[in-house]
Structures are given as C-alpha cells and as structure tokens.
Design a protein around this ligand. Structure first.
Ligand code: ASP
Ligand code: MG
Length: 455
C-alpha cells in the first residue's frame, strides 16, 4: 500500500471550531487559505459550539430544552448565512439540514443510539463546510464542496470509528486528487461512513486526524492545523503565563504532549504524519503572522526537557492481592479482567503484592471513574482488595532521552518536596516522566516545575 506516489507541493489546511465560529472568523480563515496557493484542500470542524449542542440533542433533550438547542444552532449558522452576498445559494441546503437535525433529535428523545448520535452530530461539519465554500466563492475563488464520507470509510464503532487507511488512499486518489487540480476542495473533518453507508465519527476533536489522514492519503507536503493559539507551548499559557512557544518539535515529543493532555492536537493526528513523514504546522487563524509550531522529523539538538502537560480528573485504582505473595499470574489475571471490560491502562506501577494503575481516557469524553463499572469492580474484588482514589492529576514531563540522562532527579524531584506525589512512572519511555498528584495541587506543581525547568 505504501508505494511512493510522488509528493506534491500541496498542503491541507484544517480549521477548528473557533476558526469557523462566525462570519469574521470564516473570513480570516479564508484569508489564510487564499494567502497560500499551495493550499488546495481545506478540512473544517463544525462552527464553535455546534457539536456540543448536537451532542446534547443526541442524548435526548426535554422538548423545551430541545427547542432552545435547535434555536441556538440555527442562530449560529444563520449569523453566517445572512451575511453572505448571495445567501440564497446555500440557504435551502442549510434549512434542509436544520430540519433534519430537528427530526433526528425528536427521534433521539424517544430512543437514542450511537448510530443516531453520529448521524446527528455530522450535521455540524456538513453545515460549516457549505457556508465556507460560499465565503470562498464570494471572494472569487474557485471552490468545491466535497462529502468526505465518500472516501473516509471506517468500521462501525460509532462515536470512535477507525478509518481504513488503504481504502482511503485508493478512494482519495481517484475521487479527490483530480479535483484538487481544478479547484479548492472544502471537506468535513471528524466524520466518515461505515460499510452500510451509515455516518460515523472519529471521536471528539477528530478533525485534526481527518486532515492528517487525507494529507497522507494524497501524499501532500504538509498538514496545517489552524486553531486559536499560535502553536504548541512549553505548557498551557493559561496556567503559566511565562510559557514559551516551541518553534520546532519532533513528532514523538508532540505525540506525547497530545496524549498527555495538551489540547492543541488530537492525539491520533500525528500517527499518519509520523508514518509518512509529513510535517504538521500548528498556528492561529486569528493571527497567522504570529507564526506557529512545526512538528516534524527533527533531530537538531533535542532538549532534555521540552514541555509539561497536565491531565485532570484521573482515577487511581490500587489492587492488593489477597494471598498471592509469590503467586504467579496475578498481573495476567488483573489485565485479562481489565481487557474484558474494555479498559486500557495508562500509568502503572507494581510491587510484590499490589498494582496501582490509572485508566487511559485519551480521546474519549469519559472520566476514569465512569469507566469503573460495578461489574468490573465486583470481578476485581473477587481477586484482590480494590481501592479507588479520585480527583488526581497527571503531570507529564516531556523531553528527550529522559531515562538515559543524569540530573533529572535533582532538577525535577528537588523542587517537588512540598507536594505529595502519589505515583511516579519513569524509565519505560525516553520521552516522558509522569506523576500523579492531588488535583488541587496540580497547577502549583506545574508552575513550580515550569519555573525550574523552563524559565
Ligand atoms: N466538531 C468536532 C468536535 O467538536 C470535531 C472537531 O472539531 O475536531 O469534537
Ligand atoms: Mg479541535
């Protein structure tokens, strides 16, 4: 499948919800698109707020709440539509979608399902792309709307579907590639279709992933992710105002950051980029001139400490074996129970008779707690004593050759003295060192570490 088609100079540009939130934002994004002739393919999220409203409708709202939510969606999209030079071109289609949404959410109020949810939620991206095509056209650009579901075929794991890369490549080459020569193509992030043609979604925030997958399938030279922050920072600037922008970062480091909670990129985005060595640029559509971060296959002087990521709402599960000192197979038993309950483990430490672990909630909207069903706890309790601690925060220090370098202990743990570190994971990865601290201390820990390591 990986036969190397010649790489084109074309770029795919993805715009997130805030970049297509309203008429002004869409025009700023259009400036970005039209300002770079290499951009031929545009991938959009839904206008900010719309996906959340659709998710709420899909969960089955009371009729009063439902009409408020429907009005909100209409208001957001009409605020853009009404300002188009020639709104009649897309009004009919937007109205048809709004009607569809109303109908589907009535059905959801009676009986909701994951398939229905995906069908409903997809309307956000369908509408934002329709409106954006019109914005480009009224600015004299040749632009075409493309339904990504024609090429983004996935399994039927609604809510978090997995795309079929080989099929995508083939279909994108035949259906999409030729169009890019003739005009700009605007398509949807986040959504796909399964074998029976039903709509699926790739998980919240999945539009980044769509852009990277399309970039890979079409052999494009770069994936540009336009969001509302000008790049990736050494930590969240809202927590630490002194955080610095990182101009260039390696794939592995950025992937660790996304996985451990940095909100800038969807965690799966970098898989296709790494696989096919396509650089990913992250910048702000509000201020394109501010530059951004280039994520690429760089090896130039990677720093020992790169960034700090913070993930809240972690649940720690401690399992004490009852009478299994020196017994064989305790870990295996625990893991097979977790696997049966579809739980993927994130951090783990072990001692002779106990295991402490946190659950991987990357890319889902669930908290660790909600993954702990009664059935799971009952099954574990028959094997061991189970303790659950909530409201912890995971802090990941991202860096290079962390487990090979000296000085990490002093620089990191030297300043951690005032805090209770509930768990430490160090040594398995060269790129991260993780610890769990009480949620209430998290920001202070991040500020203290950032000050010592980056300022
Ligand atoms: N609109 C979807 C969401 O809000 C996908 C995305 O924006 O990436 O999750
Ligand atoms: Mg996003």
């Amino acid at each position: 499948m990986n036969q190397a088609a010649p790489q084109s100079s074309h770029v795919v540009a993805k715009f997130g919800g805030t970049s297509v939130a309203d008429f002004e934002a869409m025009n700023r994004s259009a400036d970005v698109v039209l300002g770079n002739p290499d951009v031929r393919l545009v991938v959009l999220s839904a206008s900010a707020g719309v996906t959340n409203l659709l998710v709420a409708l899909a969960a089955g709202s009371e009729s009063e709440q439902r009409s408020y939510q429907l009005d909100e969606i209409r208001r957001i999209q009409y605020a853009i539509l009404d300002r188009l030079d020639n709104p009649s071109v897309v009004r009919e289609e937007i109205d048809r979608m709004l009607e569809n949404i109303a109908m589907l959410s009535e059905a959801a109020a009676l009986a909701t399902s994951t398939a229905l949810t995906d069908e409903l939620v997809s309307h956000g991206e369908l509408m934002s792309t329709l409106l954006f095509v019109e914005i480009l056209r009224q600015r004299q650009a040749q632009a075409e709307w493309f339904d990504v579901r024609k090429v983004m075929h996935t399994d039927d794991h609604f809510g978090r579907a997995t795309p079929d890369g080989a099929v995508l490549k083939e279909l994108a080459q035949t259906l999409l590639q030729p169009r890019l020569q003739a005009s700009l193509v605007v398509t949807q992030g986040f959504i796909g279709s399964e074998a029976k043609g039903r709509t699926t979604t790739l998980g919240r925030g999945g539009s980044d992933y769509t852009a990277a997958l399309l970039g890979e399938a079409l052999n494009l030279s770069r994936v540009d992710i336009w969001t509302d922050v000008p790049g990736i920072y050494t930590t969240d600037p809202r927590v630490v105002p002194a955080a610095k922008r990182i101009d260039k970062i390696a794939f592995e480091e950025a992937a660790e950051m996304a996985t451990f909670g940095a909100k800038v990129l969807h965690p799966a985005t970098l898989l296709p980029a790494v696989r096919s060595d396509i650089p990913v640029f992250v910048g702000s559509s509000k201020d394109p001139a501010a530059g951004g971060t280039l994520v690429c296959n760089t090896t130039e002087n990677p720093p020992l400490f790169r960034a700090l990521a913070l993930r809240r709402k972690q649940t720690l599960l401690t399992l004490h074996s009852l009478n299994m000192l020196h017994a064989r197979g305790f870990l295996a038993e625990v893991f097979s129970i977790l696997a049966r309950h579809d739980i993927s483990v994130d951090l783990i430490t072990t001692s002779e008779v106990s295991i402490a672990l946190t659950m991987d909630t990357t890319g889902t909207t669930s908290s660790g707690r909600s993954l702990l069903t009664t059935a799971l706890l009952t099954e574990l309790s028959s094997l061991c004593r189970v303790e659950v601690e909530e409201d912890l925060a995971l802090i990941a220090l991202i860096g290079n050759k962390l487990s090979r370098a000296c000085g990490v202990g002093k620089e990191v743990f030297g300043v951690m003295d005032p805090f209770n570190i509930r768990m430490i994971c160090y040594g398995a990865s060269n790129y991260n060192l993780c610890f769990l601290v009480p949620g209430a201390d998290a920001e202070q820990v991040v500020r203290t570490l950032h000050h010592n390591l980056f300022e």
